[in-house]
Design a protein around this ligand. Structure first.
Ligand code: KG4
Ligand code: ZN
Length: 341
């Protein structure tokens, strides 16, 4: 009988506390997540101290629940994996400390992972990623094109010069008077409206894989303010549609450029913004042009932050021999390397 790997994973980089138990890197045995969105909503964004306090309250309860739901004990586990960064330092510290304590107490290997590797590895719950692979990683904090020449090799070929795509959704949503986080709400509005406003598509035609979203954000804010000053009303559904078209055009356009420059076996779209229906439709259409590349959109339920994806990334890191020492610390600035050519 072959031995199965059973990995317990912790995620606490932002406003979700999450613990999962993952078998062989591709099967969710249990997943327990506590979201704090309601606590942060009235501030229009994440308040770091509030986030840390919620993580402390939840983490041990979720660990117990994950074991119970999986019907296993610590003795059945192969390793403990945790998001080391990037994220809010005080929030990360709770997951890292919980993981270290459990690994030490139960004599288990400790495996630190980069949060973004987690987002991408969620694709393995759909089908095995084949290498070389490319990922469009779009979240509240990141907008990157990541090349993986082989497993456990993550290299950034392009990223945002300013705001991340999700951050742009949230800031535009705030201007439109929507609740935080606004991505999903704008996505729904965009499907009701018409593309009536002319908005910029920054860097779309530049010969690189980088993004810039701050100009688009400013254009929407200016449009709202100018209309207000003139006493005109803005059709928010139409604005949402025009805004979403601008974001999707740039994300899809840069992905097309990257897929032409780097022919790959798998293409993955991951991160919270990967739940966006407009983006999924745009990429579906784009991928018709690349029949030799498997298109793997991360399931919508696993696109946002969760510990299952960290377990999938942790399984890869574990197999590649990555181990954390007992002095492992949270690293809020942890990033992938850039491809040097
Ligand atoms: O990956 P994630 O859960 O957290 C980070 O690691 O940042 O991403 C959260 C971001 C938020 O900015 C949220 O507005 C955005 O993902 N988001 C969306 C959608 N659902 C979530 N953006 C656009 N369309 C959506 N349907
Ligand atoms: Zn994330």
């Amino acid at each position: 009988m072959t031995e199965h790997r059973l990995i317990m994973a912790f995620e606490s980089s932002a406003d979700e506390t999450s613990v999962a138990i993952i078998r062989d890197g591709n099967e969710i045995v249990s997943l327990e997540t506590a979201t704090q969105i309601k606590s942060h909503q009235r501030f229009g964004g994440i308040v770091p101290e509030v986030a840390s306090r919620h993580h402390i309250e939840q983490v041990t309860l979720l660990a117990d629940a994950a074991l119970q739901d999986a019907d296993v004990t610590y003795d059945d586990l192969t390793a403990i994996t945790v998001t080391q960064g990037p994220g809010l330092v005080g929030a990360l510290l709770i997951g890292v400390t919980a993981a270290k304590t459990i690994a030490w107490a139960h004599n288990l290997p400790l495996v630190p992972v980069i949060h973004l590797a987690g987002h991408i590895s969620a694709a393995n719950f759909v089908e095995p990623i084949q290498y070389p692979a490319l990922a469009l990683m779009v979240s509240g904090g990141h907008t990157e094109l990541v090349l993986m020449r082989e497993e456990y090799d993550y290299l950034v070929i392009g990223d945002t010069r300013d705001d991340a795509a999700g951050e742009c959704y949230d800031k535009v949503g705030r201007t439109m008077g929507l609740k935080y986080p606004s991505g999903k709400i704008i996505d729904e509005m965009a499907h009701r409206g018409e593309d009536a406003y002319d908005l910029p598509r920054a860097m779309l035609n530049e010969d690189n894989f980088d993004f810039s979203f701050s100009g688009l954000k400013s254009a929407v804010i200016n449009l709202m303010h100018n209309a207000e000053q003139r006493g005109e009303s803005v059709d928010l559904d139409n604005l949402a549609t025009s805004f979403q078209h601008a974001v999707v055009d740039v994300l899809v356009g840069k992905t097309e450029r990257a897929l032409k420059a780097y022919p790959v076996k798998s293409f993955i779209v991951a991160g919270g913004v990967a739940a966006n229906q407009g983006l999924r439709d745009g990429l579906n259409e784009l991928m018709q042009q690349f029949p030799d590349t498997r298109y793997i959109p991360v399931p919508i339920a696993l696109a946002g932050d969760n510990a299952a994806m960290i377990g999938a990334a942790g399984d890869i890191a574990y197999r590649h021999g990555k181990r954390g020492e007992w002095d492992l610390n949270a690293n809020p600035a942890l990033e992938f390397n850039y491809l040097e050519e």
